[in-house]
Every structure is written in structure tokens, then in C-alpha cells.
Design a protein around this ligand. Sequence first.
Ligand code: NAD
Length: 794
Amino acid sequence: MAYQIRKAAVLGSGVMGSGIAAHLANIGIPVLLLDIVPRELTKEEQAKGATLEDKAVRNRIAAGSIQKLLKQKPAPLTAKKNLQLITPGNLEDDLNNLKDVDWIIEVIVENLDVKKSLYEKIDGVRKDGTIVSSNTSGISINAMVEGRSEDFSKHFLGTHFFNPPRYLKLLEVIPANTTAPEVVEFMTAFGEDRLGKGVVIAKDTPNFIANRIGTYGLLVTLREMMARGYSIGEVDSATGPLIGRPKSATFRTLDVVGLDTFMHVAKNVYDQTSGEEQQVFKAPEFMATMVQNGWLGAKSGQGFFLKKDKEILELDPETLEYRAAGKLKTPSQEMAKQQKGLAAKMKTLVYAEDRTGELLWSILAPTLRYSAELTGEIADDIVAIDNAMKWGFGWEQGPFETWDAIGVKKSVEMMKQEGHPVPAFVQALIDSGNETFYKEENGDLHFFDGTSYQPVPVNEKVIDLKRYKKKHGVIKSNSGASLIDLGDGIALLEFHSRSNAIGMDIMQMINFAVDEVEKNFKGLVIGNQGKNFCVGANLGMILMEAQDDNIFELDFTIKTFQNAMMKIKYSNKPVVAAPFGMSLGGGAEVALPAAHIQASMETYMGLVEAGVGLIPGGGGNKELYMKQLKGLPHGVTVDYQNIASKVFESIAMAKVSTSAEEARETNFLNFVDGISVNSDHLIYDAKQAALSLYENGYQAPLREKVPVTGEPGYATLLLGAEGMFISGYISEYDLKIAKKLAFVLSGGKVPYGTKVDEQYLLDLERQAFLSLVAEPKTQQRMQHMLVKGKPLRN
Ligand code: NAD
């Protein structure tokens, strides 16, 4: 059967149900969101004279959850308008509508009997072939499907999202014994391609993969913390970014998850295991007291941490009182910070004979052994386990990658000395004469499967640039960027400077790349796999030149930048920009002139130069204006002023989109630009876009004159800015910047509708930039941003 999901239903509109519904709406799928019918009227409903029979009352829970989506942080919706795709209903009146959907996702309370009785009802109404899945955190999928019809059983499986569903990458797909292989295959592909997730197939065991190992790791951390006398703050200072884990480390993660949820997840494994393993899953007494006290973490305002008058306090598990949060400061931490690469850092930390070393070894060693013991039982292979931990818990390396990093041989020796048995899987590796779980052969990665090495499956849509460069080399490279042959006639220009900030090195590489592509390739992709696409121009360099009054050098730099952007725009081979994450200032300016933008769904784009006392200097003002002029549908009368005002507002307020879809609403992207839901597919998608443009006979755009609003436009923009100054929204200096911006955007002293050259606009822009950069207040703003990482409004 060729499955297709055109419409879905989410049953249960709590934390996860509403988040999953939002994520489906984000990718354009209409969703029916159903929840239980309330048994009592609220005071407001009583006051209005409503009855329990009213539709609004009966749908109240789901409807309320939908409204909450607008207020939640981080935002579950990529654009407010997606809310229209979610229709509320209830589990009594609307069950019959389930016959019209292609996928039913159950996200109700974690209780086998309640879930089973709901499935019985669904079984009676769903049409054959409808996929039904559960978001359970750990109830057996096989137990849930017991007693269901044959067609239901063939189409039932677990689809375990992580919280929050829009942002967390992992989707565990858990087949039941009865699930048809083609259903598993379809959901795996759908999860990856449409939902944008990293899909891992898990076996039907308690808590599946990530929560089984993750919960174990967290509980071992608690155990060792108490046994060895560390404080909560100390543990967090050693178990976060230092070891390639999220900033929220151990206890802040627990505060975010919610203590009640965590205890529930831990108990689920406790109830289904025995012996030593079971003892680990027994949460310490003080946590039960915390739950009783309602100290559940972020949702109740206090948990392991409490913020008081801007100070972060940590809980003392002995006294249950809060005190100033501690931090570990040890020689090994200092040493690790100097080292490059997580593997080197881990080796230093784990074997260090200080407090950090002792803590990390005591936590890591059992977690690694536990992962090895479970291989085969919870997942088919170590790749699935490593991926689950990376995607579900935000670890930079999974357990087996970590083990390779610290050295299997040395760590196993230590474990033996401490009297711990070596897991059979690890013993098999040692007996086979090998020392690592992963091995590279001819640039391809292989993993140990218990007897021999197997190739890690290659997904053509996931291009790992680090690995790709190792295997294929680069065409040319300098300190800030490299040009790579991506194959099939497409080249990739990769930024890799610090924060991917644009300096002379990157500009030189852009010039080289476009020349090279025009000669020898079909198209160019500008993309990378750093933390962010690009945070803008190299501010440090600009400030230094400005402080030295090197206006001539600055003029040359800005001119070079503008020319490079024009080169991208007028390349006779298609250039596709692939922004993701922060794509700010110069980062947005690189993307705007490209023939096509293929953006990651999570793209935060904006021309934010005003925040550092500047206006865009690489043609961004003109490009954003021109993109809007071009983006108008046929038949719409062009109102230049309206467009100039929108662009003015966006740049003067340094607005940043919270998603690619929002960037579309602010016209950084237009309707032919693409959005990749799966960030791992971004480079591949951009490459396909470049190929398709080439194959469709791409021509560089014509050099057309730009109609501007001139003096009347300048006056209009100024009026708005002055109004904001008078009402106290912007500072006097903001007004000064706004005036310069207004002058550039309106095209200076010309009549309304005058058509000017692009170069004329670029010259206006450069002059304005250079006059602002020489101002002390602009230099203060730049300095503040460089030192504090935040804008200064002076
Ligand atoms: P929640 O408490 O926020 O929501 C539960 C939903 O179930 C509510 O909408 C509630 O009205 C509904 N409900 C309550 N009793 C019901 C009944 N008798 N019949 C039908 N519906 C009923 O819980 P949640 O955190 O969203 O969890 C939902 C599911 O997702 C659970 O299976 C949970 O294990 C799983 N899960 C939770 C997380 C998480 O981090 N919270 C993560 C992954 C999976």
C-alpha cells in the first residue's frame, strides 16, 4: 500500500499532544486535536449560563491547549498562522471523524488500561489502512495492541517524540510484533523526510532506548553525587558543555523535564527490572519529598535550583534548603578547556586524579557498561544507541563514541581493577583483537556488531561535511572558508571562521568560488554545518579599523563585501544559500542575493546591524527591498513606499525571524525559496535545488534599475522614526541611525519613482556605513556586543 499522510488526528492535548499537533501544523498537515470532555463547568462558563452539553464546553480542553500554543516558550509553532490547521474536538463527539484521517497519534495519560480502552473505540471507527501510533514513554507496544483487529494490529506502532517535539530531533519508532514491515518503513521515512526527525528503530523494551540509558545515567549521577559528597551545582558544572552535553547539564535538565515526569519514567523501568539494575532505578528519598512539596522544577518555579533576586540557588539534598550554587574548579577542567576536540577533553577529564575526574569516571563508567549490556536487547546496534542519545538528550557523542574517545583498553583495565565485570559485548570486541567500536576504512565508517565490523548505513540525504572532506578533500581552503566538490557538478562554499563571521578570507573565497563554479561547475551551494550559518561580519576587525581611523581600509573592506555579494547575485551559474540557525547581518546579506535560498526550518534571520550602531553594508538594504519588489504577485500595483517602510522597520528594529517560515513572512525568503524540515538534509536539499536550477536553463538576472521612493519617501520614513523617538521607543542615537537608513532606502535626493542603478544604492549604503562606524556611540555598541554578546542601546 502506498501510504500518505494528508490529515492527522492527535488524541490528548497535554504537553506532548499539543506540541505534536503544532509540529504537524508546522509542516502543513491539518490536525484534529481531541481531548476528554470536561465533567464540570468552570466559573466563567457558569456565569455565561453554559451547560455541559455546549460544544464550546465539550471541546474546552483541546481548544484551551491550542490557545496555549501561542504563549509557550520556546514557540511550538513556526508561524502563528499554523494554528488555523489545528481543529479542536473531544474524544466522545468527534471519534467518528477519525475515519477521515490517515494517522492517529495517541498522546493521552500514561496508563495501559486507559490507552487500551481508547484503542478499542478507535478500532471501531478508523478506516482500514489508517496508521495508529502511541507516544508512550515506556508502556509495552505489544501489550497495548493486544485484542485489536488484524488491520489495526498491522498498522499500530510506537512513535515516541521527545519534548519539545518541534525542537528535539529524536523520534523512536517502536514496531509491535504485529506491525507490517511496510508501515515501519513508511513511518521511518515520513519521520525523517517530513517530520524532520532523526529516526531510530527501538525494540519494545521498558522506556525504549534514550530514556532507558538517559534515566540510568541521571540516577547514577544522583547516586554518585550523594555517595561522594558533591553538590548539585558542582555536578552541573562538570556534566554540561565540558563533556559535550547540553548547557542544562544534569539537574537543570531534570528541572526542565519536571521531577514528576522523571520519577514516573524511572519507576516504569524499576517495575520491570530486578537485582542491581533495579536498585539504580530507585530514585533517592529526597526526590520523593521534592515531588510531595511540589518542587517539580521549571513548571512549579523551583526544583533542584531556585532563582531568587537574580541569584541561582541550589538545593541541599540533606537539609532540603537552598544555598548559593557551587561550581567545581579543578586543574583537569582548566586543562580540558585548552584542548581541541571533545575526544581529547574527555580523555583528560575522565582519568584525572582530581574531583572532576573522580566524579566523571564514577558516572561514565557504569553508564558505558550499561549501554553495552543492553546492546541487542533495546536496539539492533550501537549506531542506534549512539544516535538516540545524541538526538534525544543532546549529547555530542553517544556512549560508544565516548568509549572510543577515552580508550576502550585503558578504561576496561580500570573497570576490572575496580572489580566490575566486563560486558560480553565489550569482551567480544577485545577478543576480536580490536580496540574501538567504530573504525574508518577508506573514509567510510564501520561499527562493531558483536562479531565483526559492518558499514554504518549511508543516507544520501545526510551529507556530513567533516567526513566528506576527509574522504574527498577540498578544492581550495583558507582560514575562513573552503570550496568543496560536492559531486554531480555542484560545489559547496563552506564558512568555518570563528562563529562563521565574515572577514576578508571569506570574501576572497566567495570571489574564487563564483569564478571556479562559472568555469567548471553547474552550481554553487553556500552552506556549512557549524553552530550557526553566519553571525555577520567580523565585528572585531571593523571596530579595530574604526578605532584606528582607518577609514580608507574600511571603505575598501565594505566595497569588497558589496562586490562579493554582487558576484553571488550575477553569477551565471545558480548560487543557492543554505542558512540555518542564526543567519544575521552579513549572514543574511550573503543569502539575499543568491538565486535561491534553501533554509532550515530553524533559521533565525535578520539584518541586525542597528543593534551595533550600523546599517547593513553588504548590500542588504537594497537586496531586501528588491526581493520584496520582485516577490509581488502579478496584477498587484506596486506601492514602493509600502515596501520601503516594511524594509525600514525590519532593519531599524533589527528584527529576527523565529523560523524560516517567519522569514518568509518578513520577505527574507520568498515563495519559491525552499524550507528543509530536516536540518541534516539541508546541504543535500540545497544541492538538489542548484542542480534543478541549472537543468532548467538558469540565467543570471538582468541588471535592472531600481525604482525608489526618493525625497518624499525619506520624509515618510523619517516621520515614523521621529514619532517613535518622541514616544520614547527609540533613543536619540537610534534616530540618527534610522535617518541614515531612511536616506539609503529611499535612494537619497531624487523624486519618487526614480529608477536608480544598484551601484548608486550601494554607494549610498557604504557612505552611511562609514559615517556611522566613525561615531563613538557606534563603537561603544560594537565593543559591548563583542564583550558582552548583547546589544547596547545608548
Ligand atoms: P499530559 O498530562 O500533559 O497530557 C495527558 C493528556 O491526556 C491530557 O490532554 C489529558 O486531558 C488526557 N487524558 C487524561 N485522562 C484521560 C483519559 N482517561 N482518557 C483520555 N485522555 C485522557 O501528559 P503528556 O506529558 O503530554 O504525556 C502524554 C503521553 O506522552 C504519555 O503517554 C507520556 O508518557 C508520553 N510522553 C511524555 C513526554 C514528556 O516529556 N512529557 C515525552 C514523551 C512521551
